[in-house]
Structure formats: C-alpha cells, structure tokens
Write a protein that binds this ligand. Structure first.
Ligand SMILES: Nc1ncnc2c1ncn2[C@@H]1O[C@H](COP(=O)(O)OP(=O)(O)OP(=O)(O)O)[C@@H](O)[C@H]1O
Ligand SMILES: [Mg+2]
Length: 237
C-alpha cells in the first residue's frame, strides 16, 4: 500500500462555516476537527440545527469551508477550483439524502446509471448488478413516483454505490423510512463498509449506532464535550 492508502480517508481541522442571514450571521459549524480512517462507519448525531448537514456538505465539497483544512483521499478540498470540486464529487463521493433526490422522469435503471461519472471505467452492467443486489429487479424500468419510500432509498443507494466511491455521505438516510426499510438501508451501507468503503452518516436518531465505529455528537456547531455522550460500547443495543 502506498502512503495515500495508509493515511486517514478524511482529515479535517478547524473547519468553520457561517451563514449570512437576515438577522445576522448564523453559525453553521465552528472549529471542527475530524479524522476518519478507511473502512469506518462514522455516525454523527445532534439536534436540529446543530450543524450536521453543514458538515456533510463540506465533506462532499458542496459547500466551502470559510476556515480550516479538509483533506479527503489525499486531496486538500479547500484549495480546489469549482471545476476540480465537481470532479472530486463525481469520482470520490456517493450521496444519500433523506428525500432520495431521484430524477423523477428517469426509470430506476437510468437513475442508477446517472451515478456513473462521464468517462467512468465502471461497466454499465454494474447498474443492473446493484439493482439486483438491492432487491429492485422487478422495478428496474419503473418510474420513481411509483415506488415505495424504501424502494426509492434503495435506488438512491444503488446510484451512490455504482461508481464504487471511497466515501459515502448519508444525511438522515432513514428519516422517511419505516423501521424495516431503515434497517435494510443501514445493512446495505454496512455491507459496503465491510467491502472496503467508508461511511459518514448524520442523523437525529439512534438506529445507526450499532453500526458505528466512531460516534460523535454536534451541539450548536461544535463537538459536544466527550463526557456528554456515551461511548460506542455503552450504546450497542
Ligand atoms: N442556507 C442557509 N442559510 C442560513 N442559515 C443556514 C443555512 N443552512 C443552515 N443554516 C443554519 O445553520 C445551522 C446549522 O444548520 P444545519 O442544516 O447544518 O443543521 P442540521 O444539524 O443538519 O439540522 P437538521 O437536523 O434540522 O437537518 C442552523 O442554525 C441553520 O439554521
Ligand atoms: Mg440537516
């Protein structure tokens, strides 16, 4: 293994992001540091407005940090141009969101294919492999509007996984699912992790705790003091 593969997948230091809004500046996240090794399943919890999505958007190069450094898979994101950032996103990150964000006028199959960056060396047949793996074979040519919520989220997962990204960023991916479908999505994420992937998941809830290799809690844009949340072992249900 070369040095890049031995170094942590994510190394963030002093990440800060504020938002300008009508009454004044709103703090998104403040002076956050984070280290994620390859093969981890990081679960970040926190109340609404604590900065979870802000952090995830920065990890996905969808939002710029105002201060701090952020190195992911050997690339310093804060130094990239807009074009380089979209290249990083296309290559290195799979996103899964609470509201699925499927393309409504494309079939399941075409939604999954849309996860492949242009010029990708991944075979197009991989889309069908993931459709089968996620239990969507019968719905391959269906429109997302005709799918259940659980099916929609599995399409979003297939779309994220098809390019085999080193990192999956999941923002409340089970927030609109019943417990069975939520468990199924988490199992698939864990399977991806066990096959060498890395997951960073943010959530209000506790259902992902049992998969976590690292648990963190945000409070008003900062990490909660360590004694304020239970250790991983205390919380395994
Ligand atoms: N585009 C924006 N403009 C202004 N303020 C914003 C914007 N996005 C987020 N904020 C503010 O930044 C803070 C952190 O928001 P963030 O969306 O990161 O929280 P969150 O932990 O993801 O919350 P939730 O659990 O409700 O999704 C909040 O006070 C929020 O109101
Ligand atoms: Mg959020």
């Amino acid at each position: 293994m070369d040095d890049a593969m031995n170094s942590p997948l994510v190394e963030a230091s002093g990440l800060t992001r504020n938002y300008a809004s009508k009454p004044g500046v709103v703090a998104g996240v403040i002076d956050l540091s984070l280290r994620v090794e390859r093969g981890e399943f990081v679960v970040i919890q926190g109340a609404s407005g604590s900065g979870k999505s802000t952090l995830l958007l920065m990890l996905g190069a969808l939002l710029r940090a105002e201060r701090g450094t952020l190195r992911i898979d050997g690339v310093e994101l804060t130094r990239l141009s807009a074009v380089e950032r979209s290249g990083y996103r296309a290559r290195s990150v799979g996103f899964v969101f609470q509201l699925f964000h499927l393309v409504p006028y494309l079939s399941v199959h075409r939604n999954v294919l849309s996860g492949l960056p242009s010029g990708s060396a991944v075979e197009l047949s991989e889309a069908d492999r993931w459709i089968d793996a996620l239990g969507l074979t019968e719905r391959r040519d269906a429109n997302p509007a005709t799918l259940s919520a659980g099916e929609r989220q599995r399409v979003a997962l297939a779309r994220a996984l098809v390019k085999r990204p080193p990192l999956i960023l999941a923002d409340e991916p089970t927030g609109n699912l019943d417990p069975d479908n939520a468990a199924r999505v988490l199992e698939h994420l864990d399977q991806y992790r066990r096959s060498g992937g890395t997951v960073v998941l943010v959530t209000h809830g506790s259902e992902a705790n049992r998969y976590a290799t690292q648990r963190l809690r945000l409070e008003a844009g900062r990490w909660a003091i360590p004694s304020a949340f239970p250790s991983f072992n205390d919380s395994v249900s």
